[in-house]
Design a binder for this molecule. Structure first.
Ligand code: NI
Length: 256
């Protein structure tokens, strides 16, 4: 298996405004980022990211509804995802989960729709890309109770090292992004050092959370290399070793 390249396992390239998709892909290739997984967030995203994955060879997608978008939920979404997931470019259900940062008034609806999408992932035998923002305990408890068989990726992990270890005990993967390069991100640097390499994935969450040295500018998949380099520095290993391990993990968990 050739793993001498990087995979951006969570990148909203459909939301990048300053450069075209062709340029996004070209920049990624020039930085050895050879596969990009684009998550759906809103309802309209489901069509958009699926079409992108069909159009471009090295683009794949996760389909699902983000917790901030649950007001638009209808059960027909399940049928649409079932239908699209016949394509092997659909590599997971996501991004799904709980977000208590923005809106706490709809927690019950968030939980209900999260559970429906966990059951869908189990039915389709697809991994899940999990959004957990300030909802660590509920996210963990719901996954423990309802997930029977799907692999779990904790996207843009933001918990403590203790929480990371609990997730790893369940066999889940931890995906780290640009935050790990921020000077004051002590907690994330600790996670980057301590979690086992065989449970680590890389992502950008572009266009958000741009790593140093481009912090403040619009993010893109090419910049996943800065996250890989920072994790390598923190662990005292080579960036190649980080790339090879995280790419191997991504290929395995996402069946790429
Ligand atoms: Ni995202």
């Amino acid at each position: 298996m050739d793993t001498n390249y990087l995979i951006d396992t969570h990148s909203h390239i459909n939301m990048i405004e300053n450069i075209s998709i062709e340029e996004v892909i070209r920049n990624a290739n020039e930085n050895n980022v050879r596969k990009i997984i684009v998550p759906a967030a809103s309802i309209s995203d489901i069509d958009d990211v699926f079409e992108l994955s069909i159009k471009y060879e090295n683009i794949y997608c996760y389909l699902g509804i983000h917790p901030e978008e649950v007001q638009d939920w209808s059960d027909e979404i399940l049928d649409k995802i079932r239908d699209y997931s016949k394509s092997n470019k659909v590599v997971g259900i996501g991004e799904i989960g709980l977000d208590y940062y923005w809106d706490k008034s709809n927690i019950e609806a968030q939980k209900e729709i999260f559970i429906k999408q966990i059951k869908l992932a189990n039915e389709l035998n697809l991994p899940m890309n999990i959004h957990d923002r300030e909802a660590h305990k509920d996210t963990f408890d719901i996954l423990k109770e309802y997930n029977k068989s799907s692999k779990v990726i904790m996207h843009c992990f933001s918990g403590s090292i203790e929480f990371a270890k609990e997730c790893i005990k369940e066999g889940w993967y931890i995906a780290l992004g640009g935050v790990v390069t921020f000077k004051n991100a002590k907690k994330m640097k600790e996670v980057a050092i301590e979690i086992p390499l065989d449970k680590l994935l890389l992502e950008t969450d572009a266009p958000y959370l741009t790593p140093v040295p481009y912090r403040g500018k619009e993010n893109q998949p090419a910049y996943v290399r800065y996250t890989a380099e920072e994790i390598a520095n923190l662990r005292g290993i080579s960036a190649d070793e980080v790339a090879q391990n995280t790419t191997k993990n991504a290929i395995e968990v996402l069946n790429l």
